[in-house]
Design a protein around this ligand. Structure first.
Ligand code: SF4
Length: 467
């Protein structure tokens, strides 16, 4: 419902202009920053090379990409080199078949032909090199891509940054021109003020802003959002049906199907529900770990939390389709606030920004879908994030498996419990705001030693090897 007679409040800092479909992206796992972002960068570089003048392309002999920082430290386990190669060969995350990445990694010595303008170049995994972990670029997840001549001189170069959630930027990047939100906000406090002023519900305000930012009609937004939700349900179903070991050297077995079978036999209703929620989160996270197609919510590593809750809300709690959609819209507000004011990448703020934010979004989704006031939704989101503060990112062997898969299940249950606490407490007695906990997450993340930010150089990644 539009409120054209009201003058929107002006946000105190640049307002959030993220679109739902920037945020929830369908693509291959296992990592939004280490797989989806790098694949996008590879594809972007290919397109830019194709647009170069003919006399430059006439000298082109090879393509090369250097991975730096966390992309170098954990790139093998995350399949970053394979993702970049797929992008250079013309694959885009949203349309690439689930078979592309596994088939490239099964043939590590293969060289593939790609047409760049009138030129046909050959490129393979050997052209994607792992550079220094410590570097001077402004963002940890950095890639340097170059088109080179026969003497190995660079003809054209780009420096890309994979900034989390599958978003990429590059040296000299400026935000794209797009519509401005009709109800601008940059913090939860400002969002609350907009809701109070306009009388809109949280999901209505997110929809109004989405229309203004993207120019999409409401039916088009609903259709695309349903596609995103269907992709989430599909990832649960595929993960529950799959068996065997996950890729990589850790030898981790898929557990989701077995967890669900045993969950159904548990005698107590509450145990059955929570055990099923665990199974759903395992299912998506195992799909993600195997390079399967998932939805970033907010990232690939944390992709299990939201779909697990959504699937349980639909199938076990009998929440209707409209309420589910409205819950997802409410969850987006929480994700936007976290991204805007702190960060959502493990390499930037640790796992508090991935599974912590996913749990916060999931708590908001469930609480909003059950018809609670925005203050209760905020409290639920706050509780879920508060109890992930300080959580480090230390994937064992660089694979998004241990601790990531179990962590998604624990995060989903924590989100469910945060919603219970928020809906059962006296809301006026709640002490901590969502803005405060997001600020705390940002500060904690900035001060966190880089060992604990997706480099696999500290924490569980080291102790599991040493014990
Ligand atoms: S530990 Fe958390 S942040 Fe790190 S890769 Fe795993 S899920 Fe992502």
């Amino acid at each position: 419902m539009s409120q054209p007679h009201l003058q929107p409040l002006v946000a105190s800092r640049p307002p959030i202009e993220t679109s739902l479909f920037d945020f929830f992206k369908v693509g291959p796992g296992p990592s939004s920053s280490h797989t989806i972002g790098p694949m996008k960068a590879g594809y972007d570089f290919l397109e830019r090379c194709r647009a170069l003048p003919e006399n430059t392309l006439a000298q082109a002999a090879s393509l090369r990409v250097e991975l730096l920082g966390s992309l170098s430290a954990t790139g093998v386990g995350h399949g970053t080199n394979t993702a970049v190669l797929a992008g250079l060969l013309g694959s885009k995350p949203e349309t690439c078949s689930p078979e592309v990445l596994p088939s490239l990694s099964r043939n590590p010595d293969a060289r593939h032909e790609v047409s760049v303008g009138g030129k046909r170049l050959r490129v393979g995994l050997a052209d994607i090199v792992f550079g220094p972990v410590l570097h001077d670029a402004p963002y940890s997840n950095t890639l340097r891509a170059s088109l080179r001549d026969a003497n190995d001189n660079a003809l054209f170069e780009m420096e890309y940054y994979s900034v989390g959630g599958g978003f990429i930027q590059w040296k000299g990047w400026t935000p794209p021109e797009r519509g401005k939100p009709v109800y601008p906000y940059g913090t939860m406090r400002e969002l609350r003020a907009q809701l109070a002023r306009t009388g809109l519900t949280l999901h209505e305000l997110i929809l109004e802003n989405e229309t203004a930012i993207t120019g999409m009609s409401r039916p088009a937004i609903f259709e695309q959002l349903e596609d995103i939700m269907d992709a989430m349900y599909d990832s649960v179903r595929r993960g529950l049906a799959a068996t065997g070991k996950l890729p990589g050297t850790l030898g981790v077995w898929r557990k989701a199907g077995g967890l669900l079978d045993r969950a159904k036999q548990l005698p107590f209703t509450v145990d059955r529900f929570l055990a099923k929620l665990n199974a759903y989160a395992f299912a998506v996270s195992e799909e993600n770990a195997s390079g399967g197609v998932i939805v970033t919510a907010p990232t690939c590593g944390a992709a299990g939390v939201m779909p697990a809750l959504l699937y349980a809300m639909r199938n076990d709690m009998n929440i209707g389709g409209r309420a589910l959609r409205e819950g997802v819209l409410a969850s987006a507000a929480v994700g936007y606030l976290a991204k805007h004011n702190a960060g959502i990448a493990g390499a930037e703020v640790g796992c508090q920004g991935e599974v912590g934010v996913a749990a916060s979004m999931g708590a908001a989704m469930l609480t909003h879908a059950r018809g609670n006031a925005v203050e209760v939704v905020e409290n639920a989101a706050e509780i879920a994030l508060e109890h992930h503060l300080g959580l480090t990112c230390d994937p064992v062997g660089g694979y998004v498996q241990i601790p990531c898969i179990e962590r998604n299940a624990v995060g989903a249950v924590k989100a469910y419990n945060a919603s219970l606490v928020a809906t059962c407490e006296e809301r006026q007695h709640h002490m901590v705001t969502l803005d405060a906990v997001i600020r705390a997450m940002g500060e904690t993340g900035r001060e966190m030693n880089s060992k604990y930010k997706e480099t696999s150089e500290g924490g569980l990644a080291v102790s599991i090897v040493e014990c």
